[in-house]
Design a protein around this ligand. Structure first.
Ligand SMILES: CC(C)(COP(=O)(O)OP(=O)(O)OC[C@H]1O[C@@H](n2cnc3c(N)ncnc32)[C@H](O)[C@@H]1OP(=O)(O)O)[C@@H](O)C(=O)NCCC(=O)NCCS
Length: 213
């Protein structure tokens, strides 16, 4: 059984904490940087100051879980975890017991596969990535580091999605597509063409609305 401190005390943190408890591990506390939350509690666990977790918890005994979500941007989630890892903390891989994960899929350390998602054979889920509630990752997909597949997103077979991207709720990426890094795909979009990355796509079929300068 693992004792885990969840970083963040918002909506994604609460979902991650549920997944931890369903897996029979223990959430010992939440840690947040927002002074308005520190000293309060969430789901019966106290919210401590993220800047002072080293004073409360021993990094050789406790693991961390990344409870920072990423609806438009995954940068904060990545930056906070990388800083804490640099400080010597280890992040737990979170796997909800109601996630269906092939024995032939790879879930890299620190990734999160949440309730009701399905990850099929040959799929690779990168470091710090989120496969959120009910998302589907079909066979032989590669999901980049820190990328967030939002609830009910469907990534069909042999798709590659670059690092730091977001696939919106109920969006579909059809088979064989290549999506570059830092792409934001709108909710409900259907992606039928490759996209080099660094912009936003939405609609059916999905078209770019914005690209980085
Ligand atoms: C695509 C998205 C990033 C656009 O956000 P935005 O840049 O703030 O765009 P706006 O909300 O200003 O909308 C701009 C236009 O696009 C339309 N639009 C926005 N999102 C859309 C979507 N997903 N599909 C189709 N049209 C969309 C709006 O209706 C608006 O149209 P209008 O100009 O005719 O009024 C966002 O709407 C989205 O879908 N994000 C993903 C949300 C999600 O899946 N969250 C999961 C949380 S776990």
């Amino acid at each position: 059984m693992r004792d885990i401190v969840v970083i963040g005390a918002g909506g994604h943190a609460a979902v991650v904490a549920d997944a931890i408890r369903c897996g029979r591990d223990t959430v010992v506390a939440f840690a947040d940087a927002d002074p308005a939350k520190i000293g309060w509690s969430l789901q019966g666990a106290s919210i401590v100051d993220e800047a002072r977790i080293g004073a409360s918890f021993d990094r050789d005994t406790y693991l961390l879980a990344n409870g920072i979500g990423g609806v438009r941007d995954t940068t904060l989630r990545r930056r906070v975890q990388e800083q804490l890892e640099h400080d010597g903390w280890r992040f737990a891989t979170i796997r909800h017991p109601a996630a269906i994960v092939s024995d032939h899929a790879t879930i890299v350390d620190g990734a999160q596969v949440l309730a009701g998602c399905i990850v099929q054979a040959g799929a690779h889920i990168g470091r710090g990535a989120i496969v959120n509630t009910g998302a589907i990752v079909e066979h032989d997909c590669t999901i980049g580091e820190w990328t967030h597949l939002a609830p009910a997103a469907t990534v069909c077979g042999d798709v590659t999605i670059g690092a730091g991207s977001i696939v919106g709720a109920r969006a579909v990426v059809i088979q064989g597509i290549r999506i570059g890094a830092e792409t934001l795909i709108g909710a409900g979009a259907v992606v039928v063409r490759n996209f080099e990355g660094g912009g936003t796509l939405y609609g059916v079929p999905a078209r770019p609305i914005r690209t980085k300068a």
